[in-house]
Design a protein around this ligand. Sequence first.
Ligand SMILES: [Zn+2]
Length: 114
Amino acid sequence: MPENVIYGWRYISYIKSKKEIFFTDEEVENIINTIKEAQLKPSIMTEIQHVNNLKQAHSASSTTCPQCGAQLVRRVAKKGRYKGKEFLGCSNYPRCKYIHNINKKQTKEFSANT
Ligand SMILES: [Zn+2]
């Protein structure tokens, strides 16, 4: 998961680590109101759906790069320790070096979902 995907209360220290000012107080007020209007009713079902959405967005079945949003493409390693093994690489390579190894467990999960 990317560093901004946080479980539990750790988001407080993540937010506090940010020091740059991007919005005025008035803009912050507007953003909070917009979020409140669009917010789903807090419930266990909403939470389960949110976690499932995250898992899918960051799993091997996802076709977009979690780092830059470009398409992921299936490639075969040409050299190194994983030579001959398939992996998902970012189509933005070499600008983005994101890779996702395809292992048996994830392939199984993927076929169970479809
Ligand atoms: Zn990328």
